[in-house]
Write a protein that binds this ligand. Structure first.
Ligand code: UD1
Ligand code: MG
Length: 453
């Protein structure tokens, strides 16, 4: 389809009224327009980005070519503008053309605007990081500040901080209520979600297409979850409008993301930059928090959670963390191999130890145990009756997959990681709607109150 036809189709979906699904139809229209703008603009601005110094070396290609970086800012800003243009279609035209007042209550305008405010701050933070390389310890917590408007709107509009307790635990503790009020702690949890989502996307990176691909997979899983609620709910139920709200954010997001993926997929023509990782991760956080399903959201982030926990020893300084933990490219066969953290000699001088710290001896049994379980690649030597660990694979699930598969081509590795993300997420989706109601004795997807997501 020609670009013009794409835009015309998008605009007609936005403008032509339909009955029950007007917001979704308009969202699809904005997604088509977003896809078209992103795919048209990215190839035209690449050189300008490089001229301004916004380029990065593709470390997994022969000769490490320089390609534009921070390109994620193009779809991110396109998305912001589209979502601003979307406002009248959701809150003015929607209510007159259809019975939209019921479908998309005007009370959702403040969550909508707070989401946009939060995303705007994230794009700024991401850009600052790409331009000035902000230190990890500084940038890690900044998303929590960006999420303050969102949390305040949650407090003012909704304010529910109770979570359900599993039946077994309730009976065991002989509690009369099926929920417990976490109060302030629940706000801390939501702030942590807003810190976790952007950062976790950023550290599951370094393979062409993975930063963008994981956001596509999570968006698809969240959309499937939304469709579930729309199919079983009625227009009058609160869960209906909040999942419609979520879809209105995620469908245009899919449009711009697929446009970006076209250029970031192997062999990448552009890098997305931290701007994209923060922005993409934050889209999920804002949707989950304002849609009151911040806990369900975490089910779809399971690979990112595992990657974060697995990375813990390197992130928190227990073992050295090199600037890049991405796999090592072998120019001879064009395959990716594990990358390693190397440890200094135990008898090193203090200057040598500062440059390359030796491994804490207490960690040796744990490392050998993880190696036995095939959860870590280890290079070791037997010396004077004991094992000396020379190096271990970097602690990312990307490297873990390489431990399991052996050397593999970059696009295959990325596909494998994305298929695994989808498989785990889909399983979680099924469990969320089958096992959870049994365990908690209550399923908010059937509830008119939708209080405990
Ligand atoms: C995070 C990871 C780091 C990983 C990097 C890759 C942690 C704590 N940090 O750091 O280990 O190496 O992402 O993005 O886990 N690059 C490629 N191919 C790709 C993507 C990136 O070669 O497909 C390289 C390019 O040189 C690019 C650079 O990585 O310029 C981008 O790294 P950056 O996003 O700045 O790294 P961090 O987010 O700080
Ligand atoms: Mg990054």
């Amino acid at each position: 389809m020609s670009p013009l036809a794409f835009i015309v189709l998008g605009l007609s979906l936005v403008f032509v009224p339909s009955d029950r699904f007007q917001p979704v139809q308009a969202a699809v229209g904005f997604a088509l327009i977003g896809y078209q703008i992103t795919t048209a603009v990215i190839p035209r601005v690449g050189n300008a980005f490089i001229k301004r110094g916004l380029g990065g070396r593709d470390l997994s290609k022969p000769g490490k070519p320089l390609i534009p970086e921070t390109i994620g800012v193009i779809p991110a800003i396109t998305y912001l503008f589209l979502m601003i243009l979307f406002i009248p279609f959701l809150f003015i035209f929607g209510s007159t053309q259809t019975s939209g007042a019921q479908m998309f209550p005007k009370t959702m305008l403040s969550p909508y605007l707070s989401c946009l405010l939060c995303l705007q701050s994230m794009i700024l933070l991401g850009l600052m990081d790409d331009l000035f390389d902000i230190r990890w310890r500084h940038k890690f917590f900044l998303p929590a500040i960006a999420s303050i408007p969102l949390l305040i709107v949650y407090y003012v509009d909704f304010g529910i901080t109770s979570i359900l307790i599993p039946n077994v635990l309730r009976n065991w503790l002989r509690l009369t209520s099926n929920s417990v009020d976490l109060g302030f702690v629940y706000y801390l949890y939501m702030a942590s979600v807003s810190i976790f989502c952007p950062n976790s996307v950023n550290i599951l990176a370094g393979v062409n297409g993975l930063e963008v691909g994981q956001t596509v997979v999570i968006a698809v899983l969240l959309l499937l979850n939304d469709v579930w609620y729309l199919l079983i709910g009625t227009v009058a139920s609160p869960s209906y409008s909040i999942h419609l709200f979520s879809m209105c954010f995620l469908i245009p997001f899919m449009g711009i993301t697929l446009g970006l993926l076209k250029y970031n997929w192997y062999p990448a023509k552009v890098f997305v930059g931290d701007t994209w990782c923060y922005f993409g991760g934050m889209v999920f956080a804002v949707v989950g928090i304002s849609g009151h399903f911040a806990k369900t959201l975490m089910l779809f982030f399971l690979p990112q959670i595992v990657n974060f926990i697995y990375s813990g020893p390197q992130l928190f300084g227990l073992i050295p963390c090199p600037r890049h933990r991405l796999p090592k490219f072998n120019e001879k066969d064009g395959l990716l191999y594990n990358s390693y953290t190397e440890y200094g000699a135990v008898d090193a001088t203090s200057e040598q130890a500062r440059q390359n710290p030796p491994l804490n001896r207490k960690l040796v049994p744990i490392i050998l145990f993880l190696e036995k379980l095939k959860l870590l690649g280890v290079v070791k030597e037997y010396h004077e009756g004991q094992w000396v660990i020379k190096k271990t694979t970097n602690l990312t699930i990307i490297n873990l997959f390489l431990v399991w598969t052996g050397p593999i081509r970059e696009d295959k590795l990325c596909t494998l990681l994305l298929v695994a993300q989808f498989g785990v997420g889909f399983l979680m989706l099924i469990l969320r709607h089958t096992l959870a109601p049994m365990v908690f004795g209550f399923d908010n997807s059937w509830s008119m109150l939708n209080r405990y997501n």
